[in-house]
Design a protein around this ligand. Sequence first.
Ligand code: AMP
Length: 435
Amino acid sequence: MSFDYLGLSDELLSAVKDAGYTEPTPIQKKTIPATLQGRDILGIAQTGTGKTASFTLPLIDILSQGRSRARMPRSLILEPTRELAAQVAESFEKYGKNSKLTCALLIGGTAFTDQVKLLDKGVDVLVATPGRLLDHMERGNVMLNGVEILVVDEADRMLDMGFIPDIERICKMLTKKIQSLFFSATMPPEVKKLTDTFLKDPKEFEVSAPTATAVTIDEHLVQFRGDDKLKRNILRYLLENNDIKNAIIFCNRKKDVKVVNKSLNVHKFSAAELHGDLHQETRTEVLDAFKKGKVKILVASDVAARGLDIPDVDHVFNFDVPSNPEDYIHRIGRTGRAGKKGTAITLASQSDKKYLDGLFKFLDKKIPLLKIPEEVLGGEKKTAKKDNKKEPENQSDKRNKGESKKSGAKEENKSHTNGKPVVGMGDHVPDFLTR
Ligand code: AMP
C-alpha cells in the first residue's frame, strides 16, 4: 500500500517522497486516516515504528487551514525529553517544508527570551517538554485555549519521569473540544487512567505487543561472573569483533556512562557520553557528532537517549540489564528501525541476575546466549586452548536451559574459583586491549 491512499494532501505526499519513504508503516496506515477524520487516538507503539510521522503528517494537513494568534498555539505536542522534542520539531520541518506552518520548540536548557519571541509571532505547532511549558504558562507567555490538537508522546516515559501530574494539569487547561492523540510503548495503569480520563472514544491501535521486540533485531546475551572491569573488557572485545558502523551503549547509572566512555576513549575507541548532567548545548553537539558519524559509539543513560531518532544504528549494547524491563524494549529499539537489521547485545554479570530474571519474565522468552572466548573472560590460556576443541557448556547456558537454581549456583562457584573471573591486565590481556 502506498501513501497515496491515506488521505494526505499532494504537498505532503511530495514531502514524504522526498524523505525517501515509499510505504507507510503499520502505525501510519492506521493512525493517519483516523486522525484526518478527527478521531482521538490511542497508539500503542514503540519508537522505531514510524510513530512520529504518524501524528506529524496528519497534523500538518489539519492545521493547513486557519491562522495562529500571538501566544496561542494551535496544536501542542508534549515530549518527555528535550532531544525527543527537538527531533519532533525537525520532523515538522522535514514533512512541512511545503506548508507555511510555524513551529516552536519549548525545552529547558535554552533561553526563554528567544522562545517568547517565537510565541509572540504566533505558532501553529508547539513542541514542548512539560516542565518548560508550565514555566512559560506561569509567566503568561503562552495560553492553551487556542489549542485544537494535543499529542502526548511516549506517555509511559512521561510516567517514569514523574510528568503525569504535569500532563494532567496541562490537559485540564485545554478546551473540551480538542482532538487528542496519545502514544505509548506500554500501558501501565497510570497511563491507562490518563487516557481513560482525557481521550474521547479513541481509536486504539497497537502495532506490536507491549513486550515484543522488533523482529529485525538479533538479540544476544553474554553471561559471565566478574566485576565491571571484566565487563568493560568483554565490551571492548565485542566492539572489536563485530562489524560495527555505529553503536549505542546503555548503562543504568550516569556514573557508569562516564566510566565506560572514559575507558573506551583510553582504549582509542571513538566514543562520547550522553547523560542528564550535561548542558543542553553539549548534548546537542554530542548527538550531532554521532548522527554525522564523527563519533562511532554513544554511551548513554536511558533518560538522555530515550526516543532518539538516529537512523542506521546497527548495534545496541546493554552494559547492564535495565532495572526496568520496559527500558530493554526502548533501548534495543534504537536499532533495527524501519525494517533495517540490527543487533542488540546485553551483558549480564551475577549482579544483574535480579534484573535479568525480571526481564525474562517480562519478555516471556530467553535471549540467545553469546559465547565469549575464555581468554577474554580471564580464564587460563591452557584451559582456553583445550576448550577450543569442544567448549564445555558454560554455567549460564545451563541456567538458561532451566536447570535448578541450586545446581546453577554450585557450578557458578566452581567456575569462579577456577576461572579467575577478574581479568588482570597481566598475562592474559588479549591483543586488542593493549592498543
Ligand atoms: P519513529 O518511530 O517515529 O522514531 O521513526 C523511526 C524511523 O523511521 C525514523 O528514522 C523515520 O525517519 C523513519 N520512518 C518513518 N516513517 C517511515 C516510512 N514510512 N518508511 C521508512 N522510514 C520511515
